[in-house]
Write a protein that binds this ligand. Structure first.
Ligand SMILES: O=P(O)(O)OC[C@H]1O[C@H](O[C@H]2O[C@H](CO)[C@@H](O)[C@H](O)[C@H]2O)[C@H](O)[C@@H](O)[C@@H]1O
Length: 280
């Protein structure tokens, strides 16, 4: 597979900074659609096998590998298979848009309790779905959030459109945020997004350059955060995992690759470039 060169000068500068100083680089990635191929059943969406190996190789070269996801941290770690990889010994997983955390170094999870508003919205959700003739929609209970999935319904796009206004109203009634994604409407507790999560990681790790890879609308705040950091002088590189379902990130990305397989190839290429720079 050919590996894409950065399309922008800012991206090329970001890549040069990464290869020049890998040990002070933060590489942060989204989970679903970026590391894990999109499938019907969210419970079975495991990371692309090439991507785990590529992450582990890169983890031995850069300062920090982080996954920043809408998934609960425990789910991402389980589906990701991130334990037991030598190169991922200092990996961080930030779940639920940055509220939850897992550190590979300690194996510890930090998971705040489920907000009462999410519990209350979850109790109303089945009756709402039934009233719309969409009782068959899959509901993912994530603790701080509820995902209403339409992918497995007969007409996923139509069901998504039907749900949008009533689910937004449900979220509003409970002071929650609606986060639309790929055939999913997520009702979640407000207060943080992936942009906040990336900025926190940069500050915490002292990264002198940052890479972020994503595929969906929930990744836009992280793209915006990296763009803002670049304006402040911190080099960055934005990678879009493109799909026929969502292309909101492609126009803003420095590198566009074809789904999780493309991400895996790009991560391997990044490791090769770092090794080449180290060799002289
Ligand atoms: O932030 P992410 O890691 O991208 O998580 C976003 C949502 O991803 C999951 O849903 C998506 O992937 C499923 C499995 O491939 C797919 O069936 C679904 O249609 C996609 O929207 C996850 O289930 C959600 O909880 C995440 O918020």
């Amino acid at each position: 597979m050919d590996v894409a060169e950065p399309l922008t000068e800012a991206g090329a500068a970001g890549l040069r900074a990464v290869t020049h100083a890998p040990r002070s680089t933060l590489v942060a990635l989204d989970f679903d659609g970026t590391l894990a191929p999109i499938i019907d059943d969210p419970e079975r969406a495991v990371v692309h096998p090439d991507a785990v190996a590529a992450l582990a190789e890169l983890g031995g070269l850069v300062g920090t590998i982080a996954v920043v996801t809408g998934r609960p941290a425990r789910t991402a770690v389980r589906l990701g298979g991130f334990t037991d990889h030598a190169g991922l010994g200092s990996m961080v997983v930030l779940g639920q848009y940055g509220v939850e955390r897992w550190d590979a170094a300690t194996g510890a999870f930090d998971v705040p309790p489920e907000p009462a508003e999410v519990t209350a919205a979850g109790e109303e959700l089945p009756a709402l779905l039934e009233s719309l003739g969409l009782g068959a929609a899959r509901v993912e209970h994530k603790g701080r959030a509820l995902g209403v999935h339409t992918r497995e319904l007969e007409d996923p796009q139509q069901a998504f459109r039907t749900l949008l206004t009533p689910v937004q109203a449900l979220a509003d009634r409970h002071g929650l945020t609606l986060e639309p994604g790929r055939n999913v409407l997520e009702i979640r507790a407000p207060g943080t997004d992936k942009g906040d999560a990336v900025r926190r990681l940069v500050a915490e790790t002292g990264a002198t350059q940052v890479v972020f890879a994503g595929d969906d609308l929930g990744d836009l705040p992280a793209f915006e955060a990296v763009a803002a950091l670049r304006e402040d002088g911190l080099p960055g590189l934005l990678v879009a995992s493109a799909s026929h379902e969502e292309d909101a990130l492609s126009d803003r990305a420095d590198v566009v690759v074809d789904g999780p397989a493309g991400i895996a190839a790009w991560l391997r290429d990044l490791s090769a470039r770092i090794r080449a720079a180290q060799a002289g």
